[in-house]
Design a protein around this ligand. Structure first.
Ligand SMILES: Nc1nc2c(c(=O)[nH]1)N[C@H]1C(S)=C(S)[C@@H](COP(=O)(O)OP(=O)(O)OC[C@H]3O[C@@H](n4cnc5c(=O)[nH]c(N)nc54)[C@H](O)[C@@H]3O)O[C@H]1N2
Ligand SMILES: Nc1nc2c(c(=O)[nH]1)N[C@H]1C(S)=C(S)[C@@H](COP(=O)(O)OP(=O)(O)OC[C@H]3O[C@@H](n4cnc5c(=O)[nH]c(N)nc54)[C@H](O)[C@@H]3O)O[C@H]1N2
Ligand SMILES: [Mo]
Length: 676
């Protein structure tokens, strides 16, 4: 029996440290690792379910090729020959940019960057810009504060007012809840702002339920009241804030009456929250990604950022803006997902890119050259990107598609060739996080099963068939074997003064980690101050220099379908991962549509009825759950389920970007519902 330190590499806020037990080459137990002070309680059910996931009969163990009768097993040699034939033909006829390389957030890891490096050596490729997750909020914070910095997770315990705004940590960041509980035990007040009543709001003193996409108006209305009451921090503003006078003048129009009308939040709740924000210090605003998935979300988050700014809740213990911690983004490759501007063309290698939010439409529109073949790894675009129908059409147009994944996802089912991917326990890698600041080693603890090859080995095997020499491959990939991977990682850790042996013991805080963000009063904006007025907002994104509120494109004012369709994240999966496992399905057998009692009664619908959710982009049939916690005019279904469970919620969403950062406006999505 042996015990190892490792970490969960999913795109999840918590990024838990784990201690795992291996007996006779088999994983037998997963426990907490106390070395990560943000996640000492250990993994959630999904983390424990790796014991099933790694050995699941649904796991792919060898390459599969599509035939008219379905998928059949092929050897690695045959699979690599097929890829070489199709990819070389595309390159000869249309040039390397006819190859589409798609990767997303399936797993964290420094080695992930090797995929793009490989296709650059092939001659370049077409790839994506933007990100499905959080870029509008990152960009908003960059404009306002100069940088995305946040205090250590445990600092939240010192807050006296916590606002969970469009964030649901009880499901999406479980390990934040103990710090919230500590603050509550010390007398803190907890406010949740979410159109849905959630597991997080169960702990709150008050829940504000705005109409979806109207949080910008709410923030401006709150700012108006705080300023009118004189409860701003004049000293902080004088020394650290630019544009305050213009901002204060601009919010004077946001009276409580107008704010209540725009947001649907009762005036007395708005007044009370403004009083709390003005009087209770320190305040931490914990911001999720909910209101960040609309066409107005960058401006919305800029308006929200003004609240901790004018009340002086920055750079102090228990205070702040908690959205993203980029302290662990210390390697170029880990930064890749944040690379949200259309890339340049370095070294003469052309990297054409298409918007990930408009994936289907942009793939179809590529002319010079048209896309011919695709390679997908760590992503499931037919489930997770908006506008599934167009994405599917774009993939079907291609001559040849390769998908690397652990199981037959919706995207893999469209492929000509499916290659089995490693699990987190089968190759070592260094991973970062975006809530805490620990660098962690995801250790290899078992051998890959069947014929599974980690991606780096797969690229090494494929390279010669695509004309890459041993020297070419040596420049982009670690040397073969575990020893090669370890040497490659150590070389990247050397400049940080961290060794793999350190990481084998436990998580290590990234260099430069700060307990209290902005305690140095250093804001790296053009003016060196917090910018409530940002000229870059206008020049780069074409929005107002001030944080202004405009209805989102597909909100109630759009005159489209009557219901706003929210598709948030579920505690039972990470996007399209985990939901098919037996241990998960025992608790959560499948998707449902949640609707409030008024909307259900108006349609004469009852619990358990099969309903059709539809708009002009598509439809989904699901059983109905009557949810007394939903505000009228809003329906919700968790994202992540795929075709095997009735189809992705993205059959209904539009391929549309956020106002800044090239994010995806998933919730800007109106539907109607009827009995199926
Ligand atoms: N409607 C709607 N859609 C959404 C969202 C929403 O709120 N609403 N949220 C969006 C957000 S925030 C995100 S981050 C995206 C996530 O979108 P994706 O990043 O596409 O999501 P996942 O389903 O987590 O992972 C994709 C695939 O990676 C595979 N994978 C895991 N590990 C490995 C590995 O080591 N190698 C390889 N080759 N594959 C691996 C998994 O099996 C999975 O099939 O979804 C977005 N989609
Ligand atoms: N269990 C689990 N954990 C996860 C993930 C997962 O899939 N499952 N995914 C990880 C990833 S990649 C991400 S991006 C994060 C997301 O983490 P969160 O931001 O916490 O999650 P979301 O579900 O995207 O959105 C949070 C809340 O925003 C609300 N919301 C929607 N529209 C609005 C609005 O207009 N205004 C307001 N105020 N609220 C709104 C939703 O109802 C939802 O409850 O979670 C991470 N952690
Ligand atoms: Mo995300």
């Amino acid at each position: 029996m042996a015990r190892f330190t490792t970490a969960c590499p999913r795109n999840c806020t918590s990024t838990c440290a784990l201690r795992v037990t291996v007996e006779n080459g088999r994983l037998t137990a997963i426990d907490a690792h106390p070395g990560n002070l943000a996640t000492p309680e250990g993994p959630c059910l999904k983390g424990l379910s790796y014991l099933e996931r790694v050995y699941s009969p649904e796991r792919l163990l060898h390459p599969l090729r599509r035939t008219p009768k379905g998928f059949e097993r092929v050897s690695w040699d045959a699979a690599l020959d097929l890829i070489a034939e199709a990819f070389l033909a595309a390159r000869t006829e249309y040039g390397p940019q006819s190859l589409f390389y798609y990767s997303a957030s399936g797993t964290k890891g420094l080695l992930n960057g090797r995929g793009l490096a490989f296709w650059r050596a092939f001659g370049g490729c077409t790839t994506t810009y933007g990100d499905l997750c959080w870029p509008a909020g990152l960009e908003a914070a960059r404009l306002t504060f100069g940088d995305n910095r946040q205090s250590a997770p445990w600092d939240l315990a010192q807050a006296r007012l916590i606002v969970l705004w469009g964030k649901n940590p009880a499901e999406t960041n479980l390990h934040q809840m103990p710090f919230i509980e500590q603050a509550l035990a010390a007398g803190a007040r907890l406010v949740v702002i979410d159109p849905r009543r959630t597991q997080s709001s169960e702990r709150a003193h008050v829940l504000l339920q705005p109409r979806p996409g109207t949080d910008g108006a709410l923030a401006l209305g709150l700012a108006h009241l705080i300023i009118a009451a004189g409860e701003v921090d004049r000293a902080f503003i004088a020394s650290h804030v630019g544009g305050y006078e213009a901002f204060a003048a601009s919010v004077s129009a946001w009276t409580p009456e107008r704010t209540a009308a725009a947001t649907g939040v009762p005036e007395r709740q708005i007044r009370r929250l403004a009083e709390d924000m003005g009087r209770i210090h320190p305040m931490t605003v914990c911001v999720g990604f909910g209101m960040q998935r609309y066409t107005n979300s960058g401006q919305t988050l800029r308006a929200m950022q003004a609240l901790p700014v004018i009340t002086g809740n920055l750079g102090r213990p228990g205070a702040g803006w908690v959205y993203a911690n980029l302290a662990t983004q210390v390697f170029g490759a880990v930064k890749d997902p944040l690379d949200f501007y259309p890339p340049e063309t370095p070294d003469g290698v052309v990297r054409v890119s298409v918007s990930t939010a408009r994936l289907g439409r942009d793939m179809l529109a590529q002319q010079d050259p048209p896309l011919r073949v695709a390679w997908v790894e760590r992503g499931n675009p037919l489930s997770q990107n908006p506008d599934t129908k167009t994405v599917r059409e774009a993939f079907r147009r291609l001559a040849f598609r390769v998908v690397v994944d652990e199981r037959l996802t919706d995207t893999a089912r469209e492929a000509d060739l499916v290659l089995p991917s490693k699990s987190l326990f089968e190759q070592s890698d260094v991973i970062g996080a975006y809530w805490h600041a620990y660098l962690q080693l995801r250790q290899k603890v078992i051998e890959p099963p069947g014929e599974v090859l980690p991606e780096t080995d797969l690229y090494r095997a494929l390279g010669p068939r695509l004309g890459l020499s041993a020297e070419d491959l040596g420049a982009i990939l670690p040397a073969p074997g575990d020893v090669g991977v370890e040497a490659w990682m150590q070389a990247r850790l050397d400049p940080l003064g961290i060794t793999l042996d350190d990481l084998r013991v436990g998580p290590v805080l990234a260099p430069g980690t700060e307990e209290v963000a902005f305690a140095d009063g250093c804001f790296t904006t053009p003016s060196g101050k917090v910018e409530l007025v940002s000229s870059e907002a206008k020049t780069r994104w074409g929005v107002d220099e001030l944080p202004t509120y405009h209805e989102s494109v597909e909100g109630p004012a759009s005159g489209r379908f009557p219901l706003q369709f929210l598709t948030p994240n579920t505690k039972n999966g990470i996007h399209s991962q985990f939901l098919r496992l037996l241990v998960i399905r025992a608790l959560d057998p499948g998707p449902t549509l949640c609707m409030g009692p008024e909307d259900a009664a108006a349609r004469n619908l009852q619990v358990g009825d099969r309903v059709r959710v539809f708009n002009d982009r598509g439809e989904l049939c699901l059983p109905l759950t009557v949810d007394f916690g939903l505000r009228p005019g809003v329906v919700a279904a968790f994202n992540g389920w795929g075709a095997e469970d009735g189809g992705s919620v993205n059959l209904l969403s539009a391929g549309r970007e956020t106002d800044m950062g090239h994010g995806a406006a998933f919730h800007d999505n109106r539907v109607d519902v009827e009995r199926a």
